[in-house]
Structure formats: C-alpha cells, structure tokens
Write a protein that binds this ligand. Structure first.
Ligand SMILES: [Zn+2]
Length: 444
C-alpha cells in the first residue's frame, strides 16, 4: 500500500527550473535548478542498463520506448525465455529487475524514476530454523546453512536510510544544454565561459516546470540527443523515429581498442562462442553459446550507466550521460556532495552484491556482504549466505542458445537450424562452425 501511494505521489512532484534561452539560436543556454532536481539527474548514472530498459518500456509502452543498441532485444529475449532455463524463479526476477547499488539513496529522491521497491529480506523457509538471522535480499537464490532455500519473508527489518541523497540539499546548480552540471557558487564568470556564453544580450529568462512525465522524457532524450534540454524545452522533440521505433544514433567510427581502463584485472578470463559460417560467402549465419556466455549477457543488464562510462572512458556514444559523469568528476566538488565518499562511489560504481560472478570478464566489482545494520537494541548481521550456484549464475544449462546479431537469445533448436539452412538453400557441406575466444577486448 505504501508503495502504491508512492507511485501515485510521483505525479504530484514538480520541479521549477529557471531557463535562460538564446532567442536568436533558439537554444537553451543553461538551466538553474536546486539539488532535488540535480539529484534526479545524477540518479540517471546509477540506473542499471536493464532497469533503464524496464522503466522506459513501462512508461512509453513497447511501441514507443526507445530501442537502445541491442540491450532492448537482449532484455526482451531473456524475459521471453521460459523459467526452466533459470536456476530459480528468483534468478529471473533479479535479472529483469536489476537493483542499483544506490537503491536506498534513490528511494529518498524527490522523484525516483528507477521505481525501486523497498528492499525485502528473505530467510530460511523453515520457521524453526535456528539460523533465521541470516537473510538474503534475493528471493530463492540463496540457500540457508541448513540446506533449505531462503524463501520466507523476514519481517521487522528496518534499514537506516542515508541522510542525504547525492548533493547537499542547500546547493543550487547550473546545468548546460548537454547536461554538464556546475555548482552555482563557483566562479560565475568562469561558469559562463565554460558554457560558451560571450554575449549576455541574447538571453531570455523563462520558468519551466518539470514533473514525472518530463523527467522520463529527459531520461529518454539524454540517451538519444546531445542537446536534451533544448530538445525537450524548446522543440518538445522527444525521439527520432526510424522504422516506427525510437533508436539511438551511434557515432560512427568509435574504436574501443586500447581504450579500456584497468583492462588487465581479469583479462585471462575467456568464454568460447561458436559461429556458424557459410564457407562459400564467408557470411555469419548465427552464433551459438552455452550458459557461461548467457550469464555474461545477463550481467550486462545490471551494469549502471556510470559504470559503463567508467569502463569505456567516455566512448559510450551517450554524450549527455558522459557529461553527467564528467560533472561529478570535474565540476562538482566534495563540498556540494552529500558525503565525502560520494564522488568516489559515483565514479567507480559497484554492482549490487550477487550480480556478477567472481570470474567476471569485465573489470567491475560487486558490493560486499554481509552488511551490518544497527537495528537497535541488538546489532544484527544480515548476509546473502551462499547462492545456489554461486554469484552471477542465472542460466541453468546445459542448453545451447542461439544468439542473433542484435543479441536476441532463444534456445538453440537443431530442427529449426536445418529448416533455416534449407530455406536459404545452403547445403550442410557449405557450413562451417568456428570457435571464437571471447576476452575483455571483444566484450567491450
Ligand atoms: Zn535453515
């Protein structure tokens, strides 16, 4: 009930923004906003990729939600896989509703677009098990020390909330059209120069109100445009439609080679991917992979935008998201952030506990458990004891999966493969299976 009220209240939230517009160029020069609004912008960085797919699908519906890269088809393919492909029912749930490691902070935002549910805790299914103090935040994915699944909802656990969200709540900020954030108290002239403003005469002041719908539009436009605020405030232009679908335009010619940060940490890890190739034309027919590659694809959904930016060192194709990240690194000093550790936490975002395996190819780290919460009068320890098959394991196997170019995953079916070859008039003698070792570089 409390959550239902929270969802209804989202539509009452309004942010009042002062917008300075260049009338000649019909362009937003900057927006002045308080910390509540800037916290919502920063929360975009903490949003796991899978959560972005989910909230945009929910808000715009399947037809109008933007399709970004292959993530949408990956998400839909995994959602369509039968529950039997996953280790537990809980695994699939965890995967399709990835939690951010800033979930508690996001629940405190004036407007939480990630739709984060209150954290639930599960304990041993047996009511008289002596180890009921061990709890897991994931339903049915951990087993108790007595061997039973942890599926019983633990009641009465409260967690201390973070005192503030991302920025200090008395601060105000200047935001450029491409989402660079500057604290309002810093050198005014320098800020204007940073924003490329030479001539003050062209500016016109307007007051604009943003509510839930505008914030969702802003999230979508930040993924699609280099000038999200102008697009939204002046042109009401939300999306570029191609084939009836909103698609991300990728910058051509970006090479990730040699630009991966800290790429050495786990670089010996690799996965085998099998490709079926037509020998005569050298054409890729499809790829086949087992559960280890599927687990890797699954883990992509849990990575927040901030961590993607960190891994790819600014080569994310998402200029506005890049700028938000750079603002945290370069423009917003510790005095304007809620806690001294905040800058580092936002810059090197960790994945929530349990989402990535210990031998993850990507140089990412998961949060550690157990957390200790002071639930007075007693100090209790909560931990995700052990996962059914270890952390970051979603797919049961041993099934092979068919993976298309856009990362749509379906269970591999020999009969349909024969049918597909027959339809294309490709004799089996013309088909060759190649193996590719996937390491960090290919992953990027
Ligand atoms: Zn037990």
């Amino acid at each position: 009930m409390a959550n239902f009220v929270r969802i209804l209240l989202r539509f009452d939230v309004k942010f009042s923004l002062k917008v300075v517009i260049n009338k000649q160029k019909n362009k937003v020069i900057f927006v002045e906003a308080n910390s509540d609004f800037v916290d919502v912008l920063i929360s975009f960085l903490t949003l796991p990729l899978g959560a972005a797919v989910r909230v945009l699908k929910k808000h715009y519906g399947d037809k109008e939600a933007p399709v970004f890269g292959s993530l949408t088809s990956l998400y839909n393919g995994l959602a369509n896989l039968d529950n039997s492909h996953f280790w537990t029912e809980g695994c699939k749930e965890v995967l399709l509703n990835p939690m951010g490691s800033f979930a508690e902070e996001c629940r405190k935002l004036k407007l939480d677009i990630s739709d984060t549910q209150p954290t639930e805790y599960f304990t041993c299914e047996h009511p008289n098990c002596g180890r009921a103090w061990f709890t897991s935040v994931y339903y049915d994915t951990a087993i108790c020390y007595c061997g039973r699944p942890m599926t019983r909802k633990a009641v009465g656990i409260t967690k201390e909330f973070a005192p503030a969200v991302f920025t200090i709540n008395t601060a105000s900020f200047i935001i450029s059209d491409d989402l660079q954030i500057f604290p309002n108290s810093t050198d005014l002239i320098q800020t204007l120069i940073n924003l490329g403003i030479a001539n003050m005469d062209v500016g016109e002041l307007r007051t604009v109100t943003f509510g839930f719908n505008e914030i969702m539009d802003l999230l979508m436009v930040s993924l699609l445009s280099r000038t999200p605020l102008s697009d939204l405030i002046l042109y009401k232009r939300h999306v570029t439609y191609v084939d009836g679908l909103a698609r991300l335009k990728f910058e051509p010619g970006i090479s990730f080679k040699g630009k991966v940060k800290e790429a050495t940490s786990n670089s010996n890890e690799m996965i085998i991917l099998k490709f079926m190739v037509q020998k005569s034309t050298n054409k890729l027919l499809f790829a086949r992979a087992g559960e280890d590659f599927l687990d890797f694809l699954c883990s992509l959904l849990a990575i927040p935008f901030g961590a993607v930016r960190y891994l790819l060192v600014g080569k994310t194709c998402l200029k506005a998201i890049d700028n938000l990240y750079v603002s945290i690194v370069d423009h917003v000093d510790d005095n304007h952030l809620a806690t001294p550790a905040m800058k580092n936490r936002l810059m090197k975002a960790k994945l929530p506990h349990g989402y990535i395996s210990e031998n993850q190819i990507l140089p990412l780290t998961g949060e550690s458990f157990p957390y200790t919460y002071d639930t007075s009068p007693d100090l209790q320890k909560f931990s995700s004891v052990k996962f059914v098959k270890g952390q970051g394991k979603y797919i049961r196997g041993p099934t092979m999966y068919n993976i298309t170019d856009d990362l749509t995953v379906t269970p591999f079916c020999m009969a349909s493969m024969f049918l597909a070859l027959k339809e294309q008039n490709i004799p089996l003698s013309d088909v060759q299976e190649l193996e590719l070792e996937i390491r960090l570089e290919e992953v990027m």
